[in-house]
Ligand binder design. Structure first.
Ligand code: AMP
Ligand code: TRP
Length: 326
């Protein structure tokens, strides 16, 4: 099956991204024909500092590779190096309707805060995302809850284009990512761990140093009940147990049982150490890639060239169908 996923190179990547996006991608590359887009054209729909954006693009690429993406198996590409994304994005804007974009809840939420002062790109962003997907005859897209509506738009646009101009696009299906959003914020277990959080205590960044990890886990919000149990009524503790389980492969229930007598303090101390141990090789591998910019450039250039080959055939087909050729 052909599967495509995209990650925005913004800010830092955190544990939620690692367990909800990077590791699942490593699984997918085994069986599926996987495309991973570092979607920098999406990132610039909100203001980015150029030097920082450049670093973030390198970092996201290094993180995928360090997590185990094999550039011989998966196609790892930088969106802005494949011109067909912006081009198809424009062509699809001519068949998308203002009304359907106005219904996008993510845009409504983001623009609520800033009113009229948001970019036009933020408004039309779901059309660009549809282009990302449709260019590659993508059959399935792993999505979290927050992206479901965008995928629905991609399906609608594909169907509309096929109806108006003849069969051209595969209509993609969602793979509902159950892990997505499953890692909760350490400082507020009512919300998911997020890189746009105002406080760094919300998340563990993939690059956090040992002492920072210890402090963040120590101050993670739990509850005042006694005992250690997996309980929906104790979301902070449950979240720590799931993270513990992800880094040690034990079940949350077994871990809870083994700390029943020891208590919260020891659980947090041991979790911090387990996390530090788990992240150390990943951090080393990320730093290793970042210290070899030429190697990173080669991988991205090759992945983008492979993506470009496929995408440029599709964009030519689209242009012919729309009458944009002689
Ligand atoms: P974002 O950081 O919101 O751009 O998310 C990028 C991807 O990381 C999402 O599509 C999810 O698959 C994953 N992700 C983000 N936050 C979490 C989280 N708190 N728990 C699990 N997965 C997450
Ligand atoms: N919109 C996605 C996000 O914010 C990123 C994205 C862009 C994407 N294009 C995509 C995801 C194509 C999947 C497929 O997380």
């Amino acid at each position: 099956m052909r599967v495509l996923t995209g990650i925005q190179p913004t800010n830092i990547l955190h544990l939620g991204n690692y367990f909800g996006a990077l590791k699942p991608a490593v699984e997918l590359q085994r069986e599926d024909e996987l495309f991973i887009g570092i979607v920098d054209l999406h990132a610039i729909t909100v203001p980015q500092e150029p030097a920082q954006l450049k670093k973030n693009i390198a970092f996201a690429t290094a993180a995928y590779l360090a997590a185990g993406i094999d550039p011989k198996k998966a196609i790892l590409f930088q969106q802005s190096r494949v011109p067909a994304h912006a081009e198809l994005g424009w062509l699809l804007q001519t068949i998308a309707r203002i009304g359907e974009l106005e219904r996008m809840t993510q845009f409504k939420d983001k623009s609520k805060v800033k009113g009229q002062n948001v970019s036009v790109g933020l408004f039309t962003y779901p059309v660009l995302m549809a282009a990302d997907i449709l260019l590659y005859d993508t059959q399935a897209v792993p999505v979290g809850e927050d992206q479901k509506q965008h995928l629905e738009l991609a399906r609608d646009l594909a169907e509309r284009f096929n109806r108006d101009f003849g069969q051209t696009f595969v209509v993609p299906k969602p793979i509902i990512n159950i892990a997505s959003g499953r890692i909760l914020a350490l400082d507020n277990p009512e919300i998911k761990m997020s890189k746009s959080a105002p406080s760094p205590k919300n998340y563990i960044s993939l690059m956090d140093e040992a002492d920072v990890i210890r402090k963040k886990i120590k101050s993670a919000v739990t509850d005042s009940e006694t005992g250690i149990s997996v309980d929906d009524g104790r979301p902070g503790l449950k979240n720590l147990l799931s993270i513990f389980s992800l880094v040690t492969n034990g079940s949350p229930e077994d871990i809870a049982a083994s700390y029943a007598a020891k208590g919260m303090k020891e659980l947090k101390e041991d979790l911090a150490e387990a996390l530090i141990t788990h992240l150390a090789p990943l951090q080393a591998a990320i730093n290793d890639y970042l210290s070899q910019p030429d190697e990173l450039e080669k991988i991205v250039a090759e992945g983008s060239a492979r993506a470009n080959e496929i995408a440029s055939m599709k964009i030519s087909e689209v242009k012919v169908k729309m009458g944009l050729s002689l």
